[in-house]
Ligand binder design. Structure first.
Ligand code: FAD
Ligand code: NAI
Length: 466
């Protein structure tokens, strides 16, 4: 078979790219080594983690806030097996949906491990046995990433686990020690802390979600502390050992001492690594960089011009929506169009409660780059809508250019921040000033009024409700 485009990997980058190729009239094939399409995101990432976050949040609210709402419940219990089974149903429906979309768009789907034979030929070691070879005028590497771990923290998938195992535990951990207080730690730590487990974070840096605006990390820590979590910041894990029913984690403290933490599970969430195992890149004349990433230029082309790469396997944020934009970008480039991605305006969301969402520059970045700026903040506790739903934790922080008033960054920690950030993305895509947003009507009562108020605060320190 000869295709216009072969895509290796069916995650959000691969399947979005395949659909856009098909829409543009390109004869397209997609190869996936697992029996379900959708990649990390749909199978063991975004979707299952959000399903468990939602279930655990319902439980937490039933246990802790329903009484205040005037709702009484007796014999509240966690049925973890049912939670995991519902999560799996959501995953199955979603991945089947992708298989349907492939058929609908007449994309040929091959199940098996794809590897390069040469720069135009890919061999598929088929899941159901046998081999097949296909040729492509263009090839897209969309093979994603896998959890990262270090020799000092050997993942055994039983007691020393990654996010993949943490999405299907059979019991709520009594004490989960989480290495890395980044996005996975914050989200999956929230799940098990809400369900009554003890959670301890050991983090290299001095805050949670350390790459986001510092205010967000501080506020998130306050919220997660309310779930009973412990934090060991500026601490370094030196060894993790599975001792049968417990895990012992040895940690260096900032003042040079050694402590040990004991739990029943240790979640290793120290980042993810680009995945190219078995792809035989050399046969196509390609190499990875020192970090294992496939190198691409501004048009997402590798050093072999008809081979492109996208998503987690290349530079940049490891986010589903970033991979999706790149899938579309590559399809349109192959079809002769001139697409564009505004990387600075790709939002970043942490689905804890309160949620954290951000777009644009952090305050640390504008300071570092010497950009003149001003800030405006507005706390959710000053908002009627937030008091009505008892979601008063958090704030909206807007950074605007000191002279032009153009919005440079928006950082939200609060209820529905994940959805609210879309307004900030639109405003910033159109290069709105803080005053532009503050002069637009926002429905009352909604959480979005906090964004308007923060823009008013940034414009002229004239928030109304504060
Ligand atoms: P992937 O989704 O990793 O897909 C790559 C696919 O390629 C896989 O299916 C793999 O099996 C296949 N493959 C690899 N090699 C081969 C081969 N040789 N032949 C055939 N197939 C191959 N991002 C968000 O934006 N929002 C979230 O809420 C979010 N939550 C997450 C939660 C967790 C627990 C995790 C782990 C990740 C989360 N992410 C989230 C990150 C997101 O999942 C990734 O950024 C995204 O999946 C990357 O998409 P991709 O298409 O580059 O690769
Ligand atoms: P991460 O990069 O978000 O966080 C890893 C944390 O581990 C960092 O804070 C880092 O300082 C710390 N760390 C690294 N080595 C350490 C060590 N030896 N000891 C102590 N701490 C150490 O990575 P994470 O949480 O594993 O997630 C991987 C990626 O998956 C994220 O970068 C993100 O792109 C994606 N993801 C996105 C989600 C979302 O968009 N909501 C949700 C989950 C994952």
């Amino acid at each position: 078979m000869e295709y216009d485009v072969i895509i290796i990997g069916s995650g959000p980058g691969g399947y979005t790219g395949a659909i856009r190729c098909a829409q543009l009239g390109l004869k397209t094939a997609i190869i996936e080594k697992y029996p379900a399409l959708g990649g990390t995101c749909l199978n063991v990432g975004c979707i299952p983690s959000k399903a468990l976050l939602d279930s655990s949040e319902h439980y937490y609210n039933a246990a802790h806030t329903f009484t205040q709402h005037g709702i009484k419940l007796d014999n509240l219990q966690v049925d973890l097996a049912q939670m995991i089974s519902r999560k799996q149903d959501v995953v199955d429906q979603t991945t089947k949906g992708i298989a349907f979309l492939m058929k609908k768009n007449k994309i040929d789907t091959y199940y098996g491990l794809g590897s390069f034979v040469d720069a135009h030929t890919v061999k598929i070691a088929k899941t159901d046995g046998g081999e097949e070879t296909i040729k492509g005028k263009n090839i897209v590497i969309a093979t994603g990433s896998k959890p990262l771990s270090f020799p000092s923290m050997p993942v055994d998938k039983k007691r020393i686990i990654t996010s993949t195992e943490a999405l299907k535990l059979e019991q709520v951990p009594k004490h989960m020690i989480i290495i890395g207080a980044g996005v996975i730690g914050a989200e999956l730590g929230s799940v098990y802390a809400r369900l009554g487990g003890k959670v301890s974070f050991v983090e290299f840096f001095d805050s949670m979600i350390p790459t986001m605006d510092k205010t967000m990390g501080k506020e998130l820590q306050k919220a997660i502390k309310k779930l009973g979590a412990d934090f060991y910041f500026n601490h370094k894990v030196t060894q993790v050992e599975n001792k049968g029913d417990e895990v012992v984690v040895s940690v260096d403290t900032p003042d040079g001492k050694q402590i040990t933490l004991t739990g029943d599970y240790c979640l290793v969430s120290v980042g993810r690594r680009p995945y190219t195992d078995g792809l035989n890149l050399e046969a196509a004349g390609l190499k990875t960089d020192a970090k294992g990433k496939v190198e691409v230029d501004n048009n997402l082309r590798t050093s072999v011009p008809h081979i492109y790469a996208l998503g987690d396997v290349i530079r940049g944020a490891m986010l589903a929506h970033k991979a999706e934009e790149e899938g579309t970008f590559i399809a349109e480039t192959i079809a002769g169009q001139k697409p564009h991605i505004h990387y600075r305006l790709i939002p970043n969301v942490v689905y804890t409660w309160p949620e954290v969402a951000a777009v644009g520059y952090t305050e640390e970045e504008v300071k570092q780059q010497g950009i003149p700026y001003k800030t405006g903040s507005f706390p959710f506790k000053a908002l009627g809508r937030a008091r009505a739903s008892m979601d008063i934790d958090g704030l909206v922080k807007v950074l605007a250019h000191k002279e032009t008033d153009e919005i440079l960054g928006v950082h939200i920690i609060g209820p529905r921040a994940a959805d609210m950030i879309a307004e900030a993305v639109v405003a910033m895509e159109f290069r709105a000033s803080a005053e532009d947003v503050s002069r637009m009507s926002h429905a009352h009562p909604t959480y979005t009024e906090a964004f308007k108020e923060a823009c008013l605060a940034a414009t002229d320190n004239r928030a109304i409700n504060m």
